[in-house]
Design a protein around this ligand. Structure first.
Ligand SMILES: [Zn+2]
Ligand SMILES: [Zn+2]
Length: 195
């Protein structure tokens, strides 16, 4: 059964209340997230408010918790060649370490690793929960194709008429009525002795 009660729609904040804070402990569960509106890249996006079923495994380690998340998501996109809508279910996974915040003698939070290197970003356990939004977003953005296709061999659209190039042979005979009218005009100008 999916645990949905403590996860807000659009949020990827998972409570650690089920996990004892001693290394070696582990908590596993099925979860269901609800996709926030802004998970997209280029011509593809996660359907806003769609359900994202997931399996989570959180392990207590010495300095924090190690999160493993497997999740499915619904993608809606436009074929980069023919612009037809395409939808599919995708899958991705996230592995992320969240450190416990250290507090000084007055109880203030000391993020000891913050200045160690500007290149590295650390995630922290906050209010006994982990927020997986950034990790999930990164995984999805890496996963989504920059040029989605309705199928690998999509022929795209005809540059001349904009129709889809598939199925029956597609040709433009010179008898196309729109071109014929133009040609007729050109002919009459050529033959006009006053020009
Ligand atoms: Zn296509
Ligand atoms: Zn055409």
């Amino acid at each position: 059964m999916a645990v949905t009660g403590d996860i807000e729609p659009g949020s990827f904040r998972v409570s650690l209340t089920h996990l004892p804070r001693r290394p070696g402990n582990m908590w596993e569960s099925d979860l269901e997230f609800v996709a926030p509106p802004e998970l997209e890249v280029g011509m593809a996006k996660v359907v806003p408010a769609s359900k994202m079923p997931a399996q989570i495994r959180i392990e207590s380690v010495l300095d924090g918790v190690l999160v493993n998340l497997d999740f499915d998501f619904e993608v809606e996109a436009e074929c980069a060649r023919c612009l037809e809508p395409v939808m599919w279910i995708d899958h991705s996974r996230v592995t992320e370490l969240f450190l416990y915040e250290e507090t000084d003698s007055r109880g203030r939070v000391v993020q000891a690793f913050e200045d160690a290197s500007e290149e590295l970003t650390f995630f922290y356990v906050q209010d006994d929960a982990v927020d997986l939004l950034d990790s999930v977003r990164d995984a999805i953005v890496l996963d989504l194709p920059l040029s989605p296709l309705c199928r690998p061999d999509c022929l795209g659209i005809c540059p001349q008429c904009g129709d889809k190039l598939e199925g029956a042979p597609h040709e433009h005979a010179t008898t196309d009525r729109r071109w014929a009218a133009l040609e007729g005009l050109l002919e009459s100008t050529k033959n006009d002795p006053l020009k």
